[in-house]
Design a protein around this ligand. Structure first.
Ligand code: PMP
Length: 282
């Protein structure tokens, strides 16, 4: 049975979802998106994702075509109609169709699409194994704080990592790690300092990053929002990534250097547990 997807107000079998070839999302990557995790059929930290969505739309001057209540209703309807217990809901808003022109159209009619994907998030096989990372040069633009669908550079970075036998890439700029291809990057030093790059226009302001930093305050660890180098990462006690669907996930090898004993470590395990407990308790 095919999924039901949402396209501009309609709920359709996925084969019937259609958008214009003139859509600026397609021609210019002129659009933004959000991914909210679903656990036990319920959205995780969705309000924070909607706040970031507003910000992305505002930065690009795309009018918000639906109220938050309408978005939440659409998300929940897809979860129900697709019997989604665990996975994610994807939401994308583009500036919509217009004759091809670099200038923004005067009266845009944004395109809104949503779909669901089923994934095992809590019991992902990567939790026990941990993931391996290759570092690559960060080739992206300078407004990485806007969550646009212009994802070719991180997609290339991930492909380079996969072809090198790793699970994902961390991107490096001016000698410092910016973030992962679709996640924020963290290290934990031998004196229990959690380090992750500070917020700026050079990284996405991860919703899970913020949640994990809040939860980390409950643990006997210090948090430092400062950039770190590859070498800092090679020598870390533990390392991890955060994203809406990965939660907190251990990194056990970076550019061939084992992190700790190359197994997921206790602090990341603890942060992951805290995050999942909080999400399930929402
Ligand atoms: N950085 C980048 C570049 C991302 O694409 C993502 C996920 N979309 C994240 C960080 C993690 O953000 P979040 O925790 O909000 O999923």
């Amino acid at each position: 049975m095919s999924r039901i997807v949402y396209v501009n107000g309609e709920y359709l079998p996925e084969e019937e979802g259609r958008i214009s070839i003139f859509d600026r999302g397609f021609l210019f990557a002129d659009g933004v998106y959000e991914v909210s995790a679903v656990l036990k059929g319920r959205l995780v930290d969705n309000q924070a994702h909607l706040i970031r969505l507003h910000r992305s739309l505002t930065e690009l001057n795309i009018p918000q075509p639906l109220s938050d209540d309408d978005i939440i209703a659409a998300q929940n309807r897809l979860i129900t109609q697709n019997n989604l217990e665990e996975g994610m809901v994807y939401l994308q808003i583009t500036r919509g169709p217009a004759d091809r022109d670099f200038a923004f159209p005067d009266n845009p009619e944004p395109t809104v699409i949503l779909f669901t994907q089923q994934h095992a998030l809590i019991d992902s096989p990567l939790v026990e194994r941990g993931i391996t990372i290759r570092t690559v040069e960060d080739m992206r633009w300078k407004r990485r704080d806007i969550k646009t669908v212009g994802l070719l550079a991180p997609s290339m970075a991930k492909q380079i990592a996969l072809e090198a036998g790793a699970d994902d890439a961390w991107m490096v700029e001016d000698g410092y790690v910016t973030e992962g291809t679709s996640n924020n990057a963290f290290i934990i030093t031998h004196d229990n300092v959690v380090r992750t790059r500070q917020l700026s226009n050079l990284i996405l302001h991860g919703i899970t990053r913020a949640a994990i930093l809040r939860l980390a305050q409950r643990e006997p660890i210090t948090i430092e929002e400062t950039p770190f180098t590859r070498e800092d990462a090679y020598g870390a006690k533990e390392a991890f990534i955060t994203s809406a669907t990965a939660f907190a996930l251990s990194v056990v090898e970076i550019d061939g250097h084992s992190i700790g004993d190359a197994k997921p470590g206790p602090l990341v395990r603890r942060l992951r547990e805290l995050y999942i407990d909080t999400a399930l308790g929402e």
